[in-house]
Design a protein around this ligand. Sequence first.
Ligand code: CDP
Length: 570
Amino acid sequence: MAPDLTKQVLTSTAETVLARRYYLKDAEGNPTETWETLCRRVAGAVAAVDREPEQVGLLRDSFFNLIYHMDFLPNSPCLMNAGTDLGQLSACFVLPIEDSMDGIFSAIRNGALVHKTGGGTGYSFSRLRSKNASVRSTQGVASGPLSFAAVFDAATETIKQGGKRRGANMGVLRVDHPDIMDFIAAKEDQSRFNNFNFSVAITDAFMQAVEEGDDYELIEPSTREVTAVLSARAVFEKIVDLAWHNGEPGVLFIDAANRANMTPQLGEFEATNPCGEQWLLPYESCNLGSINLANFVRGGEVDYTRLKHVTRIATHFLDNVIDCNRFPIPEIEEMTLKTRKIGLGIMGMHDMLIQLGIPYAGEPGRQLAATVMKFIRNTAEERSMELAADKGPFPAYDPAVNDYPARRNAALTSIQPTGTVSMIADCASGCEPYYSIVMVKHVMDGDRLILVNKYFEQIARAEGFYSEELMSRVADSGTVIGHPEIPEKWQEVFRTAQDISPEDHIRMQGILQQSGVDSSISKTINLPKSATREDVKLSYITGYRLGCKGLTVYRDGSRDSQVLNTKDSA
Ligand code: CDP
């Protein structure tokens, strides 16, 4: 397929973001690229690792078409670094922290090398001995996971991911670690650990103890001794209380994740990447990319033929990224090449539903989202199996242990926040509903500039209910609900994140997870400011029952600024 240069129109936001962080620059800092030449750079570099020259040309053109028209966008490091000397193309890494000085400071060094290239890191602190546990060599006592986490945090603050985006870490501690109570409360003070998202790794045994009102044991990792027995409900209440307070810690359901570990022979999942969508084994990395579902509605229906075509090319693209990637350290290269994980996700899901006139909140929206995600996953798997037949399955694939057909990639799908790439593509991020439909921007001289969602404006004009006055009123009220001029159908379709009930948020995450996501999903369960701790508790329990592998709640107005999965900080 020849390159299709039908002019791609970028929004002014996209142009600004691209010029600031994505286009290559000359010595004076002026961009030397356009969207077209950036896409050529990326497509050329990622196609070049395929074998025959003729194939490379065809592949390059099809990669180019996909990215240029924003049917699919790879994660930011790929857009920034493909075809450059840096050449580090992945967004996600998980690094182990061994329980020794050498182990801890090696992890800090390795993390710094990852951040320098634009990647984010997930760490489990669960292997570290607890605070005040004995240290044999010095006859002293250990500082514990949290005091070391502060060192990781300080190191990240200094690196700043090559100046292009802020450093991001996930810090995980198992719920049965002796320091769990300190960890749960660590981010109550919002000035601390700003380069981390913290999540508690919750086990099935713990959830069962919560349900039955039982106690559970805290276990010292270095000796496997039981150090204390706590009430599971009391610990759960504390997690809920702090998450209600300001959204942290999040929870990760570690047993659900490990049940889906495709290569248990290589190790267990202990942590995810910073935004939680990708479970990885120690030293694994993963490159991500998202299909923009906003581009797949034709004639009032999902265009599955084109979606299949794009999913196949996107799968091939992400698989090739592994081969042209420059890995920050040899251990990461070795592990990543063994499992060849990719994270194919979606964005613009709400745009798709809006174009079809289906509300996000409700069974029809969920069923459609699930069907589309399953279709993408099955197509990606089919393509990965073909690539395995052609180039070989992922090297760790072992038919004696792995009871699934040979494929090229040990993981295929995850749903990312798409914090920045969705701004470039001008669509709702990941699987989230839009956050606002009409926004006010205050400009000079106290003027109000009203920004209206493109679909809403089009529909309001076509159906004759558009007026400046109404838009201004919608902006002030923060919702399309309750304005009599707006037909009820559109009030439902244009419900935003805060207008959607926590249960509807969770059910969407649950059905997407069950239907078509191998790894996990980055999603915020929005709660109104008036939500109670009981509401947060119910959200966690529902998410767990629906098979989610992790949850993040956010109660409106509960944090000074929302970290990471908002567009501002990506
Ligand atoms: O849209 P973009 O490709 O920039 O990234 P995203 O979908 O918002 O985030 C995907 C992943 O990139 C996150 O889960 C992190 O692993 C990583 N990330 C990061 O390292 N630093 C950031 N500031 C944002 C994201």
